[in-house]
Design a protein around this ligand. Structure first.
Ligand SMILES: Cc1cc2nc3c(=O)[nH]c(=O)nc-3n(C[C@H](O)[C@H](O)[C@H](O)COP(=O)(O)OP(=O)(O)OC[C@H]3O[C@@H](n4cnc5c(N)ncnc54)[C@H](O)[C@@H]3O)c2cc1C
Length: 379
C-alpha cells in the first residue's frame, strides 16, 4: 500500500494506491458467479453516478445557504449586498439550478425504485432486480452525474464570488467547498466520458431496436422542409406552451443526432465534439422536462399560488435550456453540414428553439428575495 496522496480537496477521505499480488479470494466470498464481476462493477458505477449527483446537490445547498447568510450580513455602501441585483441574480441562479438537478434526480431515482419493485413482482431476486433496473436507467444515471457535478461547480464558483475577497480566504468556508467540489467532475467516470456514454447508450439501444431514434429523427427532418405548425390556441391546461417548447427541444436534439448518425455512421465515435453537443442537448431536455413535470404535479397538489416560486424556477430553467440546446445544436450542425443542408438545419433549429419571452430578471428577483427574507434556501 502506498502513502496517502496529497490532494486538492476531500482531505477527510484517504486516497492511496493499493496493490494485490497473488491474492486468493475464497470461493464463498464471490459476489456472483465467476466471470460476472465486470457487469457488477459497471452497474455499481450506475448507482454511484446517480448518488454522486444527489450528493453534489446536498453540497450545493450548503454552499448556497452560506452565500445567502453572508450576503445578508455583508454590507457595502451601507447596504447588505443581498440587496444588489447582481447578487440576487447569482442567488436565484444557484437555487434554480439546484432545484432542477434535484428534481431530475428524484425522477430518475423513483423510476429506478419502481422498476426494481416491478421486477421483484415478476419473481426476480432482489440483487438481480436492482442490477437490471439500474442497467435500464444507466443513461439517466450518467445525466445526473454530469448535471449534479456541474451545478455544484457553478454554485461553489458563484459562492466564492458572493464572498468577494473573503471567498478567497482559507479562513472562510468557500475555500474548502471550492476545492472539495472539483473532484466530482472527475471521479465515477469523468464528465467527458459520461457525456459520451449518454449518446453511446442511446445509439446502442436504437440499434438493438429498444429505442426508436431514427423514426422520429426522419419525421423531424421531413418537418423542417414543411410549413411550420403554429398550433392552435384552443388547447387548455397547464404549461401548454412550455410543453410545446419541450417537444420542440426534443425535435432539435433528434434532428441533430439523426443527421450526425447519417453523416458519420460508424465513425461518429471519432467526432467527440459532436457527441458532447448531443449529450448537452439530451441532458438539458431531461432536466427541463423533469422540473416542469414536478411543478405541474405540485400545482395539482398545493395549488398554483403555493408553488408560484417553483413555477418561476421551472420557467427560467426552461428558458436557459432553450438557449443551451440552441448553442449546442448550432455548434454541432456547423461542424458537419454545409450549403443548403446547413441552412435548412439552422432554420429547423431556430424553429425548434423558439420560446415566448418573459421577464427573467423579475422572476430571478422573486426567487432570490424569498430566500433572502428567510436567510436560507427554501425549496
Ligand atoms: C480523489 C479520488 C478518488 C477516487 N476514488 C476512486 C474509487 O473509489 N474507485 C475507483 O474505481 N476510482 C476512483 N478514482 C479514480 C477516478 O475514477 C479516475 O481518476 C477518473 O475516472 C478519471 O480517470 P483518470 O484519472 O485515469 O483520467 P484520464 O483517463 O487520464 O483522463 C484525463 C482526461 O482525459 C479525458 N479522457 C480520457 N479518456 C478519454 C477519451 N476516450 N475520450 C475523450 N477524453 C478522454 C478525461 O475526460 C480527462 O479530462 C478516484 C480518483 C480520485 C482523484
Amino acid at each position: 500500500m502506498n502513502e496517502p496522496e496529497h490532494k486538492m480537496g476531500i482531505k477527510g477521505s484517504d486516497t492511496r494506491q493499493i496493490f494485490f499480488n497473488d491474492v486468493k479470494v475464497p470461493v464463498e466470498n464471490l459476489l456472483s458467479e465467476r466471470g460476472n464481476g465486470f457487469k457488477i462493477a459497471v452497474n455499481i458505477l450506475n448507482i454511484g453516478r446517480i448518488k454522486l449527483g444527489i450528493a453534489a446537490i446536498g453540497g450545493s445547498k450548503e454552499v448556497l445557504n452560506n452565500a445567502i447568510r453572508y450576503s445578508n450580513e455583508r454590507k457595502q455602501f451601507k447596504t447588505a449586498i443581498s440587496q444588489f441585483g447582481a447578487i440576487k441574480h447569482k442567488l436565484a441562479e444557484m437555487a434554480l439550478k439546484i432545484y432542477a438537478s434535484e428534481t431530475a434526480s428524484y425522477r430518475a431515482g423513483q423510476n429506478i425504485d419502481d422498476l426494481i419493485e416491478d421486477f421483484k413482482g415478476q419473481g426476480m431476486e432482489d440483487g438481480q432486480a436492482k442490477l437490471k433496473a439500474l442497467e435500464q436507467f444507466a443513461i439517466e444515471c450518467a445525466i445526473m452525474k454530469v448535471h449534479g457535478s456541474e451545478v455544484l461547480d457553478y454554485v461553489v464558483d458563484e459562492g466564492v464570488q458572493v464572498y468577494g475577497g473573503m471567498g478567497y480566504s482559507a479562513d472562510a468556508p468557500m475555500d474548502r467547498s471550492y476545492r472539495d467540489a472539483r473532484i466530482n467532475r472527475i471521479f465515477e467516470g469523468t464528465n467527458e466520458i459520461n457525456r459520451m456514454l449518454v449518446v453511446d447508450m442511446m445509439l446502442k439501444r436504437a440499434m438493438k431496436g429498444e429505442l426508436d431514434l431514427m423514426g422520429p429523427a426522419m419525421a423531424v427532418a421531413k418537418e423542417i422542409m414543411s410549413i411550420p405548425d403554429f398550433g392552435s390556441d384552443e388547447e387548455e391546461g397547464l404549461f401548454i406552451a412550455e410543453k410545446k417548447v419541450l417537444k420542440n427541444l426534443k425535435k432539435a436534439a433528434l434532428m441533430v443526432s439523426g443527421a450526425a448518425v447519417q453523416k458519420f455512421m460508424m465513425t461518429l465515435s471519432n467526432e467527440q465534439e459532436i457527441l458532447m453537443n448531443v449529450a448537452d442537448m439530451a441532458i438539458e431536455v431531461y432536466v427541463a422536462e423533469s422540473v416542469l413535470l414536478r411543478v405541474e404535479k405540485l400545482i395539482g397538489i398545493k395549488g398554483e399560488e403555493a408553488v408560484a416560486l417553483q413555477k418561476q424556477m421551472a420557467l427560467v430553467y426552461l428558458h436557459e435550456a432553450v438557449e443551451k440546446v440552441n448553442n449546442a445544436g448550432r455548434a454541432a450542425i456547423t461542424s458537419f453540414a454545409e450549403g443548403d443542408e446547413l441552412r435548412g438545419m439552422l432554420m429547423g433549429l431556430k424553429r425548434f428553439t423558439k420560446i415566448d419571452p418573459m421577464n427573467l430578471k423579475d422572476a430571478r428577483r422573486q426567487i432570490a428575495d424569498a430566500m433572502i427574507a428567510e436567510n436560507k434556501y427554501i425549496f
